[in-house]
Design a protein around this ligand. Structure first.
Ligand code: HPA
Length: 265
């Protein structure tokens, strides 16, 4: 796959860590990154353009805790009509820039009965219920043809973040994330089925990016912000506004958690 040429100073910035900021979580780039530069996706040749409200659609790069990071303020979702190759193109681009550790964030619906809105969940594993795989038709020589998925989400990064959370008295859950295509939310019957399959949370992202990152042998850590109880567990209809409202409410806690995670890398 042909990757676009990037302009300076980004081309020689050499970020170590990539961050993907999910729905309502894009503020992290403005709040916590010592910004060296920004590059709107619209200025990158052949790049998709993010269409969802609450997603700015740009790379923001700079430093956090003295580590060089490049952050996606806005990601691409399969439900926007992009191909899997387009959804995961930024991961390949970040890898080409030098990123070897990827932090993925998302908003998710809580399935586990103990989860409440505003909780944070580290992904221990995932279930790909997208009906496709981003490595189908892979163009490129990187990685092995059949990448192992035994430990997608790096155990030592998870352990480190749990230790930080315990020392700070911050609640941090861990569980299995199931990815659906969306954009409709799930039915209550689907949520009951997903619970039986072993899912603790459900969302519409993350899994494509995580699979491609593992193909490229990157270390991956992923954090869900549980923005709502999943359909049927919640007694009220779900809305995108509820998702962004919860994400906004936990803004400082989320920023502290992600900053601590970056310090660990
Ligand atoms: N389902 C799917 N995706 C989501 C949800 C949900 O309940 N909340 C935030 N993203």
């Amino acid at each position: 796959m042909q990757l676009p040429e990037l302009p300076e100073p980004l081309a020689s910035f050499q970020p170590e860590i990539g961050l993907i900021l999910g729905s309502g979580l894009g503020f992290f780039a403005d709040d916590r990154i010592e910004v060296a530069g920004r590059l709107p996706y619209s200025e990158i040749e052949g790049f998709p353009v993010s269409t969802v409200e609450g997603h700015a659609g740009q790379f923001v790069y700079g430093t956090v805790e003295e580590k060089r990071v490049i952050c996606m303020q806005g990601r691409f979702h399969f439900y926007e009509g992009y191909s899997m190759a387009e959804v995961t193109k930024p991961i390949r681009l970040m890898h080409a820039l030098g990123v070897r550790t990827l932090y993925i964030t998302n908003a998710a619906g809580g399935i586990h009965p103990d989860f409440v809105s505003g909780d944070f969940m580290l992904l221990s594993d995932h279930i790909n219920a997208l009906g496709t795989n981003p490595l189908i038709g892979w163009q490129g020589k990187e990685g092995v043809p059949f990448p192992d998925m035994t430990e997608v989400y790096d155990r030592s990064l998870r352990r480190g973040l749990h230790a930080w959370a315990a020392s700070q008295g911050v609640g941090l859950r861990e569980g299995v994330y199931l990815a659906t295509t969306g954009p409709s939310f799930e039915t209550p019957a689907e949520v009951r089925a997903f619970a039986k399959l072993g899912a603790d949370a459900v969302g519409m992202s993350t899994v494509p990016e995580a699979i491609v990152a593992r193909k490229l042998a990157m270390r991956v850590l992923a954090i869900s912000c549980i923005t709502n109880a999943a359909a049927g567990i919640s007694k009220t209809p779900l809305t995108h506004e509820e998702v962004t409202e919860t994400a906004g409410r936990v803004r400082p806690q989320f920023a502290d958690l992600l900053t601590a995670a970056i310090a660990l890398a």
